[in-house]
Design a protein around this ligand. Structure first.
Ligand code: SAH
Ligand code: SF4
Length: 352
């Protein structure tokens, strides 16, 4: 018989839901806050380590709840020492990737929101695996807690969170937003929503919902092509949500939230890196409060194309600049450790 798992992962709960649970056992808001602080300020490693609890509450906790900590099943550090890639194991045995990056004292963690992904982008290692399941809020929060502990060991703290690991965050809208709210709770980890970036393949209903809600996180939209025919060949979700609808949702988001949108473009040699394609992108985004992130392709097992050359990347940027569109070339950090989305998992499974 497998060991019994307590039903409630405390990291799945918002502070108010935790309060309701504690209240149902006759515990006041004082105990809710004590617990919350133990979870997110002290980051206790076991329920037994929570000090100051009433004995009956402690008993209920041990009986009914658990701390869903994640354990690393594989780790790799890049040769420059700045990138730490983790394969974390979930309680049902699924594995997900989390990447910790340190730039000039400001650490960033890249989180997964699903095991696998249903969107099937042809160049993406996660897309090539297919969809397994959504992550729970506690599994998303658990990745952050792992990263915080890792950084603390070297005296560093976490500032930025990017939802750019495995999975499509707006396909797991509720799980992702509940996790974001826990991460930003001012009495807990107290991360700044402005330092959280959500990257989406372009799930239009999700972008519209985000536009309606008061959650000042940053939005990044993966474009990769500026015509429907070219985009759908790389990003099948482009058939469901064509560019006209996607750009409409983006403009509404910008207007409602007053925020700049980041657009991502994986530069693939000879596919989407021509000067003409840069002009098409320039026209598509002209007049918007936009920033383009160019990511030279990380070749994957199922997509053997090459990244664009530095000269081609510069020519592409020059065209964007002529439309007053700022752009940044994102470094491919940790290339030597398969640090592209889904790539470490694919590599480890192949070795097995
Ligand atoms: N599902 C979301 C977030 C995860 S992917 C999304 O698609 O936006 C994060 C970013 O990495 C996306 O812009 C995605 O297109 C890009 N990406 C995935 N695989 C890549 C690869 N092999 N090379 C370069 N960029 C890649
Ligand atoms: Fe999913 Fe994003 Fe990969 Fe596309 S790029 S398959 S949406 S994780």
């Amino acid at each position: 018989m497998s060991p019994r798992i307590a039903p409630v992962n405390l990291y799945d709960l918002s502070r108010s839901t935790l309060g309701e649970l504690v209240a149902s056992w006759g515990g006041s808001a004082f105990y809710r806050d004590l617990l919350w602080s133990a979870l997110y300020r002290d980051q206790v490693s076991s329920l037994e380590a929570i000090a100051g609890l009433r004995a009956d509450l402690q008993e209920r906790l041990v009986e009914r709840t658990r701390l869903g900590h994640l354990a690393a099943s594989h780790q790799a550090a890049s040769s420059d020492g700045h990138t730490h890639k983790l394969l974390l194991k979930l309680e049902d045995g699924q594995t997900i990737e989390t990447v910790v990056m340190r730039f000039k004292g400001r650490a960033t963690v890249c989180l997964s929101t699903q095991a696998g992904c249903a969107m099937g982008c042809v160049f993406c290692a996660t897309g090539q695996m297919g969809f397994v399941r959504h992550l729970t809020p506690g599994e998303i929060v658990g990745q952050v807690l792992y990263a915080v502990a890792l950084l603390r060991a070297s005296g560093e703290s976490l500032r930025n969170v990017v939802l750019m690991g495995m999975g499509e965050p707006l396909h797991n809208y509720d799980g992702t937003m509940e996790a974001v709210d826990i991460l930003c709770d001012p009495r807990g980890l107290a991360l700044g929503p402005r330092f959280i970036t959500l990257s989406t393949v372009g799930v239009v209903p999700g972008i519209r919902r985000l536009a309606d809600e008061e959650r000042p996180i940053q939005l990044a939209v993966s474009l990769h092509a500026a015509t429907d025919a070219e985009r759908s060949a790389l990003v099948p979700a482009g058939r469901k949500w064509p560019l006209a609808e996607l750009m409409d949702a983006c403009r509404e988001y910008s207007a409602r939230r007053g925020k700049k949108i980041f657009f991502e473009w994986a530069l693939i040699a000879g596919k989407n890196d021509s000067v003409e394609q840069a002009h098409t992108l320039g026209k598509l985004l002209a007049g918007m409060d936009a920033h383009v992130n160019l990511i030279p392709l990380n070749p994957t097992a199922g997509f053997r194309e090459a990244p664009s050359t530095p000269g081609q990347v510069r020519a592409f940027q020059d065209v964007l600049a002529s439309y007053a569109l700022p752009s940044t070339v994102r470094q491919r950090r940790g290339i030597d450790i398969d640090a592209g989305c889904g790539q470490l998992k694919a590599q480890v499974e192949k070795r097995r």
